[in-house]
Ligand binder design. Sequence first.
Ligand SMILES: [Zn+2]
Length: 300
Amino acid sequence: MRVQQQTAGENGGIASRTSRTKTHKRRRIRYGRLSAALVLLALIITGLTYAFIGMTHWIKGYVAPPPIAAIEQPTKLGMIEMTPDVKEEPARFQGQVRKLAYITFDDGPSEYTEQLLDILKEHEAKATFFMIGRQLNQHKSAVERLVQEGSYPGLHSMTHNYNTLYKSGSSANFVKEFKKEQKMVQDLIGFTPHLIRAPYGSSPQIGESFRGDIAAAGFKMWDWTTDSLDWNLPGQPDKIVARVRKSVHRDKEVILMHEREQTVQALPRILKLLEDRGYEFEVYDPNAHWTANFSGDTRL
Ligand SMILES: [Zn+2]
């Protein structure tokens, strides 16, 4: 009976006044239910869309590659291919990634070592010195002082002679020189350094098996990320400062400098610009070693 009335009403046919009013009521109810259902459906769709967008962002956060700026290509001399260490959390302090500058001085100890130490002291900075073995005895007190003041006595071979170290292609002379120098430093200051820097850098003259021999001898090897080119800029400290200013941008910078007069002149401004850029000065720490060689060889 109800069904019939309803059908009649919907067809707009011959229904009585009473039944027409009832039909209108039912229609209102049905339209009401329909719009409620539509609103609910719209809400569900919106909800699902938001959930989907949220999910993609969440997934992106996990699988998206790092921004291009974070992938540094070793395009020029002095650029290290930084090997991302998945185990290593970025060093954070109060929510900010710490920017660390490792100042390094090659080819000492020399008549300039003490002056460099004086400037470092003014900035509460320490440095990593890569020293030449045959110069150690002439500057004993400078070596003792740099270690006392917290700098690291790194090794840079006995002779610094390209032909002796590399020409044969064998690692024999290289390893022998570094072992000899290591023993000298040990006898001099009672500390055994393991970090070396290859004269002229590790690339291209040091290949994979050569690097394996260095690692097997118990050494670690650092190149650099920023080359100040200071050795080639005598009398031009401004250019050395400009060169460093242009190059530094990484969270960890290993800055190559040498014990030269122009470097002594440029150093105060270099330390100042690094401070202004938010860098903290770090010295090599054997207990917190990280890979910094041109080949990204994690054995070293
Ligand atoms: Zn050198």
